[in-house]
Design a protein around this ligand. Sequence first.
Ligand code: FAD
Length: 384
Amino acid sequence: MTVAELGERLLALRGAAAESAGELRDHAAALDTAPGDMKPHLGVSGFDLIRRCTTPERYGDPLRVGRFTYSAGSCLDTLVWMLELAYGDAGMVLAAPGPSLAGILLERFGDETQREHFYRAVAGEAVWTFFAVTEPGRGSDASGLECALRREAPGSYRLDGTKKYIGNGARGDIGVVFARTGGGPLSIRAALVGADDPGFHARELDMVGLRGTALGEIKLEGVAVPEERLLARHLPPTRRGLWGAVHVFNTVRPQVAALAVGTGLACVDLVRAERPHAPGLEAVAARLESCRHLVYEAGAALDHDRDAGSLSSTAKIAAVAAAREASRWAVRSLGPSALIDHPLLEKWTRDVGSFEFMEGTSDIQRLHVSRAWVRGQVRKGGAS
Ligand SMILES: Cc1cc2nc3c(=O)[nH]c(=O)nc-3n(C[C@H](O)[C@H](O)[C@H](O)COP(=O)(O)OP(=O)(O)OC[C@H]3O[C@@H](n4cnc5c(N)ncnc54)[C@H](O)[C@@H]3O)c2cc1C
């Protein structure tokens, strides 16, 4: 799906996001230097766009552009605005307050009371959320997570363990934590947890790339979780814990690809402005544009079937590699002092390395695609 094929509604959204991208870029270096200080960035229009486009209409004030309305729900909508904002700066996009990944989980696996609680909590301008699966030593293999959710009394649980590399982990006010009630894979549950719950401790981790995400380590020491804060209580055990995480990963994976494409295109346009005839420019740009098409195709496929993840995996593998190559090419093209003369390029060369680890590494994505292929879910010339 090309930009021209997006249609009037998505082109209007794309235009609105592109207008906000420049302001995000103006704030990018300051955020990279001091990711713990969000105050100077809170008023940027991109954050407002993200909040409106990620909050379900019944809990928020959707984005309106002309006669069109946009709120949480459509994967393709999200990919369109996210790619344009990432062209401004991906670190700023990931630092945005709002429902984020936890909101995606709540929308499908929460009950009405949990959603009310969550969206009331995130209604403010400066409220961040977290989605905590990864643990020290348990990243790609989420099914091996060790965080414990023990029943203390009827209707009451206790949460103990450590989560690591959690986006907005130290900034987050409310979010979801995945933990296990027993030994088997079906015993994993997601719990809605507040950062002010007694026993919740978070600290920021120092990062090289995407410092705006302010990755955190969360220690849970006897955090009390009432049963009504466990998600997916109304669903059968096979549709609760990890299945919910997989649903979110499927949805978010092409978003990481969109962030990578936006960052790669920013590198390309920096070179285009400085050295319009740089060798390789059109080839690098064309590769990123083909990844953009793949990202849009993955979004359209997910809007058709939320559990169809193999095209998202393909998009992520391709986009992360293309963005990394674009940043290296940009440095080579601008000469020996490129990283000193262009601090944002220096930042983007660090950022592109981090995309690899978000929502599953390329090795893991290749495993997804090969499994889908074996199951006959990959069409000739594409993937479903
Ligand atoms: C910017 C950023 C934001 C993040 N946000 C979050 C978040 O919000 N919430 C959250 O829970 N986590 C988050 N993470 C963590 C992320 O999900 C993990 O880093 C990721 O799952 C990889 O886990 P790991 O770092 O432990 O690497 P490992 O799993 O230890 O992998 C190390 C290497 O081994 C390879 N490998 C592992 N298993 C296999 C296999 N079976 N076959 C072949 N190769 C394999 C991998 O490809 C990789 O190259 C974030 C990470 C980053 C960088």
